[in-house]
Design a protein around this ligand. Structure first.
Ligand code: BTN
Length: 446
C-alpha cells in the first residue's frame, strides 16, 4: 500500500543580492526536484536581522509542502538547493543567499492537512544534523507570522491555535509585510492569491479599482492606500481617510446574479469583524448590511460597487475602510460621535497591528468568498448570522422611501433583512439605512 505523503513546513530566509528571486528560485527548485509538492506559501515578510545585526534586512517566507522524503532526505534536498543557489559558509546568523529550514514535519494516516487532521503524528527528532520541531521557531516572529498565515489553525503544544499569536504585537517587532500573492505564481504554485498594490495617497481606492477593472485587471487585485483625499462613502458621502486607517478595495469577478451582490458586503463585514476580534480581541459585530461596530460605534464602513453587462456581472469592487489607528479628532464632529478607532494612533505597534489586520482580513475574505462561490449563500449564512448584531433588535429601516419599524428577525437568501412589523407582517428589505433602538433612548443612527 502506498504511504500517505508527509507534510512539512519550510522556513525561507535571504538577505543577500536578489532576495526575492533567491526565495522564488529556491521554491521553484524544490518543486522541480519532483520530490516536493508546494501546497501553500505565505506572503513575503521583510525582517530585521537577529544576532549579528550588521547586515542587510532579510526577506522571509514559510511554505507548506507535501513530500515522500524522510526528514533527513528533505534536509539534504534543501541544503543542496541552498548550495546550488550559491550559499557559502558564514557566521552563525550571518548574511546568506538562501536559508531553508525544516520547521515541522508531520506524518499522516489520512490525506488532510496537518491543521485539520486528528490522525497526524508530528515527528520529533534530535540529531546533530536536524532537530524537529525547529528548536527556536517559537521565538521568531518571522517564522510564526508567516506560519500562522499558511495554517492559522495549526495547534501549538499548549492547545492554542497558532493564529492567536498573530495578535501578539511582539511577534511583529522588526517585521513588515513585504509582498503577498502574485509572487506565488512565479514559483509555479497554482494558488489564487491577492495582487496587492499599495499607494501613499489616492483620491479613492475604489475609483482606482473600478478603473483597473475596466482595463481588465484580474480578480484578486487589491488596492491599499495610506490616505485618501476623496474617499467615498455610501449615498455619495465623503469618507474621511486620515493616515493610520486601512483603506482598501478588492476587485472580484464572480459569476453571480444581481440579487446576490448583498452577500459580498456581508462577507466583507464578517471578514473584517473576525479579523478585528483575532487581532485586537475587540467584540466586533456586523451591522446589516454594510458596517462593523465595536461597542455600538462604527469602526468600519463597506462600499460595494458593481458593473453588469446584461445580466452577467462584469466585476464587483468591495471598498473597505477600517479606522484602525486614526486620530478621530480629524473627523467631522457628527462623525466623531458615532465612530471609533480600534487603537490610538500613538500606539507603539499601531502599524504592525494594521498589517496583521490586513493579512487576517484578506485571509478571512478569501475563505468566505470561496465558500460562497462553491456552496452559495447557505454555505456562509450561519457565520453571517453569528456576526450580525442587527438580528433580534428593534430597528427602523428606510425602505422604498418609507420607514419600516419592527424586529429584525432573519436574513433572506438575497442577503436582505427580514423585519417583522407590529402587525406580524414580514417585510424583506434589500438595503437601506438601519437605525437600531437603544434601550431607554431613541434610535441610534449611523
Ligand atoms: C460607508 O459609507 O460606510 C462606506 C465607506 C467605505 C469607505 C472605503 S475606504 C476604501 C474604499 N475607498 C473608498 O473611496 N471608499 C471605500
Amino acid at each position: 500500500m502506498k504511504r500517505t505523503p508527509a507534510h512539512a513546513y519550510l522556513g525561507f530566509g535571504s538577505n543577500l543580492e536578489e532576495r526575492r528571486e533567491n526565495i522564488t528560485n529556491g521554491l521553484a527548485m524544490l518543486r522541480e526536484s519532483g520530490q516536493v509538492k508546494i501546497i501553500k506559501i505565505s506572503s513575503l515578510y521583510e525582517t530585521e536581522p537577529m544576532g549579528y545585526t550588521r547586515q542587510g534586512l532579510f526577506l522571509n517566507a514559510v511554505a507548506l509542502v507535501e513530500t515522500d522524503l524522510s526528514p533527513q532526505d528533505l534536509l539534504s534536498l534543501c541544503k543542496s538547493v541552498e548550495v546550488q543557489l550559491g550559499r557559502k559558509p558564514t557566521v552563525r546568523w550571518g548574511p546568506r543567499i538562501l536559508d531553508i529550514d525544516i520547521l515541522m514535519y508531520f506524518m499522516e494516516s489520512g490525506d488532510t492537512l496537518p491543521s485539520d487532521s486528528e490522525n497526524v503524528i508530528q515527528v520529533e527528532l534530535d540529531t546533530q544534523a536536524l532537530t524537529l520541531p525547529h528548536p527556536r521557531m517559537w521565538e521568531r516572529g518571522f517564522v510564526i507570522i508567516p506560519l500562522a498565515e499558511v495554517s492559522p489553525n495549526l495547534l501549538m503544544a499548549d492547545g492554542r491555535r497558532i493564529k492567536s499569536l498573530i495578535q501578539d504585537f511582539r511577534m511583529w517587532t522588526g517585521l513588515r509585510l513585504f509582498e503577498t500573492g502574485p509572487w506565488w505564481q512565479e514559483v509555479g504554485v497554482n494558488c489564487k492569491g491577492w495582487q496587492i498594490m499599495r499607494f501613499a495617497e489616492v483620491e479613492s481606492t475604489n475609483t482606482i479599482a473600478v478603473n483597473l477593472a475596466s482595463f481588465g485587471a484580474p480578480e484578486g487585485t487589491c488596492i491599499i492606500a495610506e490616505t485618501q483625499s476623496a474617499g467615498r462613502g455610501r449615498r455619495g458621502r465623503l469618507w474621511h481617510s486620515p493616515s493610520g486607517g486601512l483603506w482598501l478595495s478588492i476587485l472580484l469577478r464572480p459569476k453571480i446574479q444581481s440579487p446576490d451582490v448583498g452577500w459580498l458586503s456581508l462577507i466583507a463585514g464578517v471578514a473584517v469583524s473576525s479579523a478585528i476580534r483575532d487581532t485586537f480581541q475587540l467584540p466586533a459585530v456586523v451591522k446589516w448590511p454594510n458596517d462593523v461596530l465595536v461597542s455600538g460605534k462604527k469602526v468600519c464602513g463597506i462600499l460595494p460597487e458593481t458593473r453588469f453587462i446584461g445580466d452577467e456581472m462584469d466585476f464587483a469592487v468591495v471598498g473597505i475602510g477600517v479606522n484602525v489607528a486614526i486620530d478621530t479628532s480629524l473627523l467631522p464632529r457628527k462623525v466623531q460621535e458615532t465612530s471609533a478607532t480600534l487603537v490610538s494612533p500613538d500606539h507603539p505597534f499601531a502599524s504592525e497591528a494594521r498589517e496583521a489586520l490586513t493579512v487576517s482580513l484578506l485571509d478571512n475574505f478569501s475563505l468566505l468568498y470561496r465558500q460562497f462561490l462553491s456552496e452559495g449563500f447557505s454555505g456562509i449564512l450561519q457565520e453571517v448570522k453569528e456576526y450580525c448584531d442587527t438580528l433580534g433588535r428593534e430597528v427602523i429601516v428606510s425602505h422604498l422611501g418609507m420607514p419600516v419599524h419592527g424586529i429584525a428577525v432573519d436574513i433572506d437568501s438575497d442577503a436582505g433583512l427580514i423585519i417583522r412589523t407590529e402587525s406580524g407582517e414580514d417585510i424583506h428589505v434589500m438595503s437601506g439605512e438601519v437605525s437600531i433602538r437603544v434601550p431607554g433612548a431613541g434610535y441610534a443612527c449611523e
